[in-house]
Design a protein. Structure first.
Lengths: 431, 427
């Protein structure tokens, strides 16, 4: 099949903790990524947004971020990035480092060893003052987070997505945004955040990824003592994501000063990655709106010139599908009708062999391309872990190839339209 | 075909110029599943006034290069995405100020996909009717950008920096300007700029080079092209000065956005000179504004900037500029502190330690960029149109001295060459 067989070797490192190593020499860097996963909950989500940003401001060994950043530059421009992500109903705090391979540089220090030391310093030896984090650092990071929350409206597509999840999943953890909430900020003290940090270190599910030209044994030795041993008792409890039947489709219209309307449709698929009918659903999404050969692209864009983009995306860990289009506000009804009509058409059993084959080919290609970037390899593996279904790329491809048309049609009938969200301009008052 | 080895980075490039003038570059990458190919014409949004030898002088509406990019995907049988999908390839295209690139990435059926790429770009098919129809789609694309404050604050800055140069015009044009575009104009642009001698084919990834070379040869030999007549591109006289000191706008945004631009006084560089100017400017920007600069950390601790703060340089044959900035609660204070630091560093220069660190960082980051086939193809093509190899960067970087950086800082960050663009939150 022409797939390169890069895969992860997973090694348990203690309670709720795993090391995943992919040893490959096709990249010119080594990527190290740590994921700390906790349940997505209203009372900790803002701290989850803050914590990685506070940690990356320095540590016991680096009294300021300036010193830390200069050290990274000395390591030939090693990068360190932090992020807080929503994965299904998990909140995942991610720390990423990427370092150049020294064999391409005039360098003799072990850059990988230095990077692990630095990451360990950031994660496990923070700059503690009395009983908490530095007051100054926390103040700045709170201000920064507040600004990021305010800036949520800057990117309209992202904003419409956040609002769609918020409205559609109201009352469920998935409704929460990983940016956190402004009203929580005042109550987060250096002590409170520090105690949250301790809970995370003792209780989060930790996955440590290393991809690149490394010796697996050496990595194991180096990473074995990275995190302190933990007990089952301190681990966060995992909960399955919430699903519910749709009683009635709701419509939410929001007004903002915009030039283009954003029409987002939220569907409940009731199918998650671990479920038997996931692959038929995946094919449905592909035929419907996953690619430039899909129904939405052809009908909304090419045939009717209504949009520049009209796509559908699956949230496979939660069981959702979101359709997104940018349209002229006055074309709302027309666009909605075409989008829904294409779904109805597929439900009625109309899928051509060609559509199905094209979609399979596109998905297979995506899967084969995965192993060409370290980050997509990690992302696929981690989603599989959280989704409780670990398939090799070849197994995944086989599953895709095996899907029959009738199964795709069945999947299309199972999903329900839950929410229509429309971000539009302000009405101009007529005189 | 010519074999070029770049031993320090362990890359081998194969190049050949075909008899029709097409420049072909192949970069096999061991271990990669996918192959990524770009077919690029040296024709972008700034080429809006031109003349071929013996032909008429032409001035075209804003946004036409980008419009043509859209229409190239149309074929008699439908759109070409359908064909690529059948082969499991993802196809796309993009237009910049200077280039238009058509591309695909695929892990299978490379020969079919490459043939498809060459054929669809070399056989335009669109009509008056389909050109009209495309206007609705592009209008929505333009409106999407019009709602994007980060795009606008940048576009406004370019309008403020340049008096006449077409780099001040948005790549996609405006909703009004695209209405003037006709099928005839598109064909005329196509005739002028899509000759193989004005194009580069770059293929990178896990493939057999002999097979691919043969395919390209065969495909191109079968086609007939008119003799290439050099194109005269006209750019209006552009004064060295900036046009307008400050451009301001109000929008629904969370924070103020401030971008500071520094306009290049002199242009006309190519080859190594262009590359050295780019590298020295990037190091200067890094020393001044990166996360490891004292200025950045001071501004961050004062709450004046966030992680989105950054700096970037763009320099081509006819224009050049640096842009610095990001979201801020207080644009005036941010500007004031940046100007003070610029004044200080223009007088004192940067330190040897900071310079060495920045150079090391650049070397490492260059290696990092080599993991991305997309980045390699796009940058290689860009540098080849400027007559230099992208893989020359590590060697050229080695030659750069501290004195060059300090000289560049004095010359480039001239307050007289500075323009500002601000977007203020609208309540």
């Amino acid at each position: 099949l022409g797939v390169h067989s890069e895969s992860f070797e997973s090694i348990p490192m203690g309670e709720g903790m795993q090391l995943h190593i992919c040893s490959t020499n096709k990249f010119k860097t080594i990527v190290i990524q740590v994921h700390l996963a906790i349940p997505l909950e209203r009372n900790t989500v803002t701290m989850g947004a803050l914590l990685p940003n506070v940690l990356k401001r320095g540590s016991k060994d680096y009294s300021s971020e300036l010193k830390l950043r200069q050290k990274l530059d000395d390591l030939y421009g090693a990068t360190l990035e932090v992020d807080t992500m929503k994965k299904g109903e998990n909140l995942v705090m991610a720390f990423r480092m990427e370092i150049a391979l020294e064999r391409f540089l005039r360098n003799s220090t072990d850059l990988f060893a230095e990077a692990v030391r630095l990451l360990s310093s950031i994660l496990l030896h923070p700059n503690k003052q009395q009983d908490g984090f530095s007051e100054n650092v926390l103040t700045i990071e709170k201000e920064n987070l507040q600004k990021r929350i305010d800036a949520m409206i800057d990117d309209k597509m992202r904003y419409a997505n956040i609002r769609t999840a918020e409205e559609m999943c109201a009352g469920e953890p998935y409704a929460l945004t990983t940016l956190g909430y402004k009203e929580d900020l005042a109550g987060i003290t250096p002590e409170k955040l520090y105690s949250f940090y301790q809970q995370v270190i003792e209780g989060a599910f930790i996955d440590l990824y290393v991809v690149g030209e490394v010796e697996a044994d050496a990595v194991k030795d180096r990473c074995a003592l990275l995190f302190p041993p933990r007990t089952q008792a301190t681990l966060f409890k995992r909960k399955p994501p919430v699903d519910r039947q749709v009683e009635q489709t709701r419509t939410v219209v929001e007004q903002l000063e915009v030039s283009q309307g954003k029409l987002h449709l939220g569907f409940r698929t009731h199918i998650r990655y671990q479920d038997e009918d996931y692959f038929p659903l995946l094919l449905f999404n592909g035929v419907y709106g996953g690619f430039p050969n899909s129904r939405l692209f052809i009908h909304v864009r090419e045939k009717e010139s209504l949009a520049y983009y009209s796509v559908s995306r699956l949230e496979s860990l939660k069981g959702l599908m979101i359709v997104m289009s940018g349209i002229e506000v006055s074309n709302y009804e027309k666009a909605k009708e075409i989008i829904l009509k294409q779904w109805e058409d597929i439900k009625a059993g109309n899928i051509t062999d060609r559509e199905l084959e094209q979609t399979k080919a596109m998905i297979v290609n995506q899967m084969k391309e995965l192993s060409d970037t370290p980050y997509s390899m990690i992302d696929y593996h981690y989603n599989s872990l959280l989704g409780n279904r670990m398939l090799s790329i070849l197994e995944y491809i086989e599953m895709v190839q095996g899907v029959r048309k009738d199964q795709v049609i069945d999947a299309s009938r199972k999903i329900e339209l839950d929410l229509i969200y429309f971000l539009r301009n302000r009405e101009v008052e007529s005189a | 075909m010519n074999r070029l080895s770049f031993d320090t980075i362990n890359e081998t490039l194969y190049e050949e110029t075909l008899s029709n003038g097409l420049r072909v570059y192949l970069l096999p990458k061991e271990g990669f599943s996918k192959t990524y190919a770009t077919f690029t014409t040296h024709y972008g949004s700034i080429d809006n006034h031109f003349q071929v030898q013996g032909g008429e002088e032409v001035q075209v509406p804003d946004g036409i290069a980008h419009f043509l990019e859209h229409k190239m995907f149309e074929k008699k049988e439908g759109d070409v995405f359908q064909e690529f999908s059948r082969n499991g390839a993802s196809a796309n295209a993009f237009t910049t100020f200077d280039r238009t690139s058509y591309l695909f990435s695929a892990t299978d059926k490379l020969e079919e996909n490459l043939t498809l790429l060459l054929d669809f770009v070399q056989e335009p098919y669109f009509t008056e009717k389909t050109v009209e129809k495309e206007k609705g789609i592009i209008e929505q694309e333009i409106r999407m950008y019009d709602d994007n404050p980060d795009f606008l604050v940048y576009a406004n800055l370019l309008e403020g920096m340049f008096h006449e140069h077409p780099v001040r015009i948005k790549i996609a044009g405006t909703v009004e300007s695209i209405q003037k575009i006709t099928d005839k104009m598109l064909y005329s642009c196509y005739e002028h700029f899509y000759h193989p001698a004005n194009m580069i084919l770059f293929v990178v990834g896990g493939f057999e080079k002999e097979l691919i070379f043969e395919l390209i040869h065969h495909n191109q030999n079968e086609k007939h092209f008119k003799e290439f007549r050099p194109i005269e591109r006209y750019y209006p006289y552009e004064p060295a000065s900036i046009k307008q000191k400050i451009t301001e706008m109000e929008m629904p945004v969370g924070n103020h956005k401030l971008l500071i631009g520094f306009k290049e006084k002199e242009n006309g560089l190519t080859g190594v000179d262009l590359l050295i100017r780019e590298l020295t400017t990037q190091i200067a920007l890094d020393v001044l504004f990166s996360q490891s600069s004292e200025l950045y950390q001071t501004l961050y601790d004062k709450g004046l900037i966030g992680e989105d703060f950054g700096a970037d340089y763009s320099g081509e044959f006819t224009y050049g500029y640096s842009i610095v900035g990001g979201d801020t609660p207080d644009p005036d204070r941010l500007l004031d502190l940046i100007l003070k630091e610029l004044e200080r560093i223009r007088q004192n220069g940067t330190s040897p330690e900071q310079f060495e660190r920045s150079k090391k960082k650049k070397a490492g980051r260059f290696l990092k960029s080599l993991n991305s086939l997309e980045f390699i193809a796009s940058q290689y093509t860009r540098f080849m149109f400027n007559e230099i190899h992208f893989f020359e960067i590590p060697n050229q970087l080695e030659t750069i001295q501290l004195s060059q950086i300090n000289q560049r800082i004095v010359e480039h960050f001239d307050p007289d060459q500075m323009a500002l663009s601000i977007i203020r939150p609208k309540k």
